[in-house]
Design a binder for this molecule. Structure first.
Ligand SMILES: Cc1cc2nc3c(=O)[nH]c(=O)nc-3n(C[C@H](O)[C@H](O)[C@H](O)COP(=O)(O)OP(=O)(O)OC[C@H]3O[C@@H](n4cnc5c(N)ncnc54)[C@H](O)[C@@H]3O)c2cc1C
Length: 404
């Protein structure tokens, strides 16, 4: 088991430097263009694939770091470059997580590589849980999966919304209700292979931030899937449903543990944006002269920067602690995963707002990147569990009371 250390090892330092180089040289210079275009930045994904960054092997190695820190470093550095482009590079990992969490080894071997493709044929994955009437409350999914025993097929119908890479992905992982009466315990995950009839993109959303990341509805109309597309297989599902009907299953707790483990990485992304804004504002404050002196000589500006740095470092410590706990399989008894995402998301919103304030009018215009960073930061208090839901998880864990 890896001992906890805040000293990055040589591999982690090398990884950080390599990613920082890509973020500085490739991602950041392209950020404004893809924010304006509001399209998936295919050329950047291709460049990332060519250097082995948008690559299954890269993510597999990075996730395998026994300290848990390598993936946090990756998320922070990519988002320091640009969060929208970073999300275009990281979005497929959501589908991968869904397949890894529930799929059999055969299903993992078949579908995970197809979430990335090759440098010559880039592929994307998407993970769809959210629906128009089931956001924070994922237990109330309406998308139904019905088994057709005659053909050993599943038939899926429903609408998923806010799906990253939705409709443009090659592999969609969709969570659907198999037995709605069982709420979350009656859900199952399905892989929808490329070009499956009945799956189409609905509306593509025009967003406030992370605009290089594609977000759209996914419409499922009589999507017929072979039995082999049910992640985990039918025997396991039947067993789980039977246990749930007897009131024995704790599947929703297992799902909660998965969320707790993935949330710190979302927090790490938010820290990347916050750090970008802090560094930019610091340099600006040293150079901008008003009343005959650099504005940083005013406590009101310098203290903002002191608070930004303190908060960013505090958030990163929470993220790294939770990543380390996840990697070393420590139970998240106090909602430590949620704590890290909550803190990092809110720090990013605040730090980017303060950066705008430090730049004054220059902070408010699109010629400078800080207004974009502020727009990008806001999603981190919303997706992968809103700040309110993170507080709910933490409060329930620390109190043992089922707080509503
Ligand atoms: C850009 C983007 C990308 C996304 N990508 C994906 C994706 O790839 N896959 C996917 O499945 N989903 C995705 N989502 C969906 C995202 O996870 C949801 O938007 C989020 O979970 C919140 O759900 P909601 O929008 O329906 O808000 P609601 O659940 O309707 O919440 C509205 C407000 O009510 C509050 N609230 C709700 N319930 C409670 C409660 N019990 N206590 C206190 N407050 C409460 C919330 O905190 C929030 O402030 C994405 C969303 C966006 C915007």
């Amino acid at each position: 088991m890896a001992a906890f250390s805040l000293d990055l090892d040589d591999d982690q330092i090398q990884l950080k430097d390599w990613l920082h180089g890509f973020a500085a040289d490739v991602i950041r210079p392209a950020a404004e263009e893809w924010d304006e275009r509001e399209e998936t930045p295919w050329p950047i994904i291709q460049e990332a694939a060519k250097i082995g960054l948008y690559d299954l092997g890269f993510f597999a190695n990075t996730f395998a770091d026994p300290t848990g820190l390598s993936m946090a470093i990756t998320c922070e550095e990519l988002c320091w470059g640009d969060a929208g482009i970073a999300m275009a590079l990281l979005g497929s990992t959501l589908a991968v997580s869904g397949i890894m969490a529930n799929g059999t080894p055969e299903q993992q071997a078949e579908w995970v590589p197809q979430c990335f493709g090759t440098p010559d044929k880039i592929q994307l994955g998407a993970f769809g849980v959210s629906e128009p009437d089931a956001g924070s409350d994922v237990s109330s999914l309406r998308t139904r999966a019905v088994y057709d025993a005659a053909t050993d097929e599943w038939v899926l119908n429903g609408t998923k919304t806010w799906i990253t890479n939705g409709g443009i992905a090659d592999v969609h992982v969709i969570v659907a209700a198999v037995d709605p009466e069982l709420k979350a315990r009656g859900h199952a995950s399905f892989v929808i292979p490329p070009n499956t009839p009945g799956l189409r993109q609905g509306q593509k959303f025009k967003k406030m931030g992370i605009r290089a990341s594609h977000t759209a509805e996914v419409i499922l109309e009589d999507v017929r899937l072979p039995g082999s597309c049910l992640l985990g297989g039918k025997d396991k599902l039947d067993e789980r449903l039977a246990r749930a009907r007897e009131g024995k299953s704790n599947k929703s707790q297992a799902a909660m543990a998965t969320f707790e483990a993935s949330r710190p990485l979302v927090g790490a992304q938010a820290i990347g944006i916050a750090r970008a804004a802090y560094e930019y504002a610091l340099e600006y404050a040293k150079e901008r002269v008003q009343f005959g002196r650099p504005i940083i000589e005013n406590q009101s500006i310098a203290f903002k920067l002191a608070d930004m740095k303190t908060e960013i470092d505090a958030a990163r410590l929470l993220v790294w602690r939770a990543c380390w706990m996840g990697a070393t399989r420590k139970p998240f008894l106090n909602g430590e995963g949620s704590m890290s995402k909550l803190k990092a998301g809110e720090v990013a919103v605040k730090a980017t707002e303060e950066a705008i304030q430090i730049l004054g009018g220059y902070g408010y215009v699109r010629e400078y990147p800080v207004e974009r960073w502020h727009r990008d930061s806001k999603i981190y208090t919303i997706f992968e569990g809103t700040s309110e839901i993170q507080r709910l998880v933490i409060a329930r864990n620390v109190s043992g009371v089922h707080i509503k």
